[in-house]
Design a protein. Structure first.
Length: 146
């Protein structure tokens, strides 16, 4: 009986830590999408309303594709790189590095915009700290890629 109780406690711990990790990853990813320095590059449709953006990935994924993040009330879709050119009209994120500990996160990603007309790419290096259960951005570096 003690053996089963120990197994149950271990499994419960894994499930609880996975839930917290998923919550943290969702918050971190949302902070990347909401980064103030990128807002001016986000696409608009022909009516001047925010247009759809995507998160591209290749295997293995850095973020779980079932995370829910949104911009302007619309959830961003995760697309594998193989579907990129056929689907994407304007803009997408491509995460290259994602190191997350319980209190620190370091991410490197590319944001590509004007994809169908004249693609432009910004590389973003972002550092975050978690203090009192709140993730905050501690450093941001954005550079235009050639």
């Amino acid at each position: 009986m003690k053996k089963y109780l120990l197994i149950f406690v271990i499994l419960l711990g894994v499930v609880c830590s996975r839930g917290q990790n998923t919550d943290d990853m969702t918050v971190i990813l949302q902070k990347c999408i909401d980064l103030p320095d990128l807002q001016q590059y986000y696409p608009l449709d022909e009516n001047g309303k925010p247009d759809e953006m995507y998160i591209n990935y290749w295997a293995p994924t850095l973020f779980s594709t079932d995370l829910i993040v949104s911009k302007n009330g619309v959830n961003l879709s995760f697309l594998p790189m193989s579907q990129m050119s056929a689907t994407i009209e304007n803009a997408f994120f491509l995460f290259k590095i994602c190191e997350i500990t319980p209190s620190f996160a370091m991410l490197v990603f590319e944001y590509t915009y004007d994809f169908k007309t004249q693609p432009k790419v910004l590389e973003v290096k972002l550092t975050m700290q978690k203090t009192n259960d709140v993730w905050g951005i501690s450093d941001t570096q954005i550079s235009r890629m050639k």
